[in-house]
Design a protein around this ligand. Structure first.
Ligand SMILES: CC(C)(COP(=O)(O)OP(=O)(O)OC[C@H]1O[C@@H](n2cnc3c(N)ncnc32)[C@H](O)[C@@H]1OP(=O)(O)O)[C@@H](O)C(=O)NCCC(=O)NCCS
Length: 175
C-alpha cells in the first residue's frame, strides 16, 4: 500500500473493496465515524450507497471520490454539501483511509488533491471540515493542508453512543 496517492470519482465497482475495508475497520473507526446499519458492510449495501452518491454528483451537490494507492482502493474522500452559488461557492470535505494504509501520508495527499478539484473543477472558494475534538490524526492532515480551526459546533454529531462536539476547520481556496 506504499507508493503514490491518487483520487478519482467513485464507481459502482468500488463497492466490494469499500465493504471489505469498512467491515475490517469497524472497531478502529468506532470513535470517529457514525454507527452504520449491517448492510453498510456488504458489497450490496455499498453499491446502493454509491448509487445515491452518484445521483448527488449528477445533481451537483456531492463530489464522491475514492483514494487509490497503487491502483487499489484504500479510502474515500468526498466533498459534500456543495453550495455552487456565486456568493457562496463552498463544500465540506469528509475522508477515511483503511487501517492497513494509514500513517503513510495518503490522507494528507488525498486532501491536497481534493482541494485542487474543488478549486479547478468545481470552482469553489471555501472548504470546510468538522473533526472530533480528539481526532488528532485528522487534525494533522488538515493543518498540513493549510486549514485553520475556527470554532466548535457543540453536540453536533452522534458518535459512539454520545452527542459529540465538532471542531470546525476552514481553508480559503486559491490561497
Ligand atoms: C484520519 C485519517 C484519515 C488519517 O489518515 P492517514 O492516511 O493515516 O493520514 P496521514 O498518513 O496523511 O497522516 C497521519 C500521520 O502520518 C504521518 N505521515 C505523513 N506522511 C508520512 C509518510 N510518508 N510516512 C510515514 N508517516 C507519514 C503524518 O505526519 C501524520 O502524523 P501527524 O498526525 O502526527 O502529523 C485516518 O486515520 C482515518 O481514516 N481515521 C478514521 C476515520 C476518520 O477519522 N476520518 C476523518 C474524519 S474528520
Amino acid at each position: 500500500m506504499h507508493g503514490s496517492t491518487r483520487i478519482r470519482l467513485i464507481e459502482p465497482g468500488d463497492a466490494a473493496p469499500i465493504a471489505v475495508h469498512r467491515a475490517r475497520d469497524v472497531e478502529a473507526f468506532r470513535w470517529w465515524e457514525p454507527t452504520q446499519p449491517a448492510e453498510f458492510f456488504t458489497p450490496e449495501g455499498q453499491a446502493e450507497r454509491i448509487d445515491k452518491l452518484l445521483a448527488g454528483h449528477r445533481a451537483g451537490t456531492v463530489r464522491p471520490g475514492v483514494v487509490l494507492a497503487d491502483d487499489q482502493v484504500i479510502g474515500q474522500v468526498t466533498v459534500g454539501g456543495i453550495l455552487p452559488q456565486l456568493h457562496l461557492r463552498r463544500g465540506s470535505v469528509g475522508y477515511w483511509i483503511a487501517s492497513v494504509a494509514q500513517n503513510q501520508g495518503h490522507a494528507g495527499r488525498a486532501v491536497g488533491l481534493v482541494l485542487r478539484v474543488m478549486t479547478d473543477e468545481l470552482g469553489l472558494h471555501r472548504a470546510e471540515v468538522s473533526t472530533h475534538l480528539e481526532n488528532l490524526p485528522s487534525q494533522g492532515v488538515l493543518r498540513r493542508n493549510g486549514f485553520s480551526a475556527y470554532g466548535v459546533a457543540h453536540s453536533s454529531i452522534f458518535l459512539d453512543e454520545h452527542w459529540r462536539d465538532g471542531l470546525l476547520w476552514e481553508r480559503i481556496l486559491g490561497d
